[in-house]
Design a binder for this molecule. Structure first.
Ligand code: HEC
Length: 134
């Protein structure tokens, strides 16, 4: 009896710990994405080509790892929002396209095209947040 209760407590504890680890990891990833977006905005404001390309590529790597992985996203999305995995995959593709544009435009010095691609990434972030939070 006592053993059963103990096993129950340990199972409950393990489950709680897993849930908070998942929550922490999503928050952690989102804060990282946010930090890349802030750095990229600074790069465009400062007209710093290298920084813009570096942060765009770093953001893309992070976004692909997170949004491109269906199983990971299904586990990380808030309860009842698991069906938004498709939005995550679409976001990953949009961000990838925009980062390709940023790299190409910075090579040819087309600042406005690169900046529009940056704004498109920002829209992608906000679109998913609106869908998730509604
Ligand atoms: C596929 C959906 C999706 C996309 C795309 C997305 N997010 Fe999120 N984001 C979430 C979810 C889910 C949460 C956690 C729940 C909430 O905050 O409503 C979140 C939370 C956040 C938070 C708050 C973290 C905290 O708890 O302090 C930040 C900051 C953030 N996202 C930044 C970004 C940025 C920047 C991008 C774009 C590069 C982005 N997100 C794209 C789904 C998404």
């Amino acid at each position: 009896m006592c053993k059963k209760v103990l096993i129950g407590v340990i199972t409950a504890l393990t489950l709680t710990m897993n849930a908070s680890a998942v929550e922490y990891s999503l928050k952690d990833n989102m804060l990282k994405l946010n930090s890349y977006m802030i750095q990229m905005q600074a790069a465009f404001i400062e007209s710093n080509k290298d920084k813009a390309v570096r942060t765009a590529n770093a953001l893309n790597g992070e976004a692909k790892m997170l949004f491109g992985d269906e199983n990971l996203m299904a586990a990380l999305l808030p309860k009842g929002k698991e069906n938004k995995v498709r939005i995550a995959l679409m976001s990953s593709r949009t961000i990838d396209d925009d980062v390709v544009i940023i790299n190409a435009s910075m090579n040819t010095g087309h600042w406005e095209t690169a900046q529009n691609a940056y704004l498109d990434i920002q829209k992608t972030c906000m679109r998913c947040h609106t869908l998730i939070r509604d």
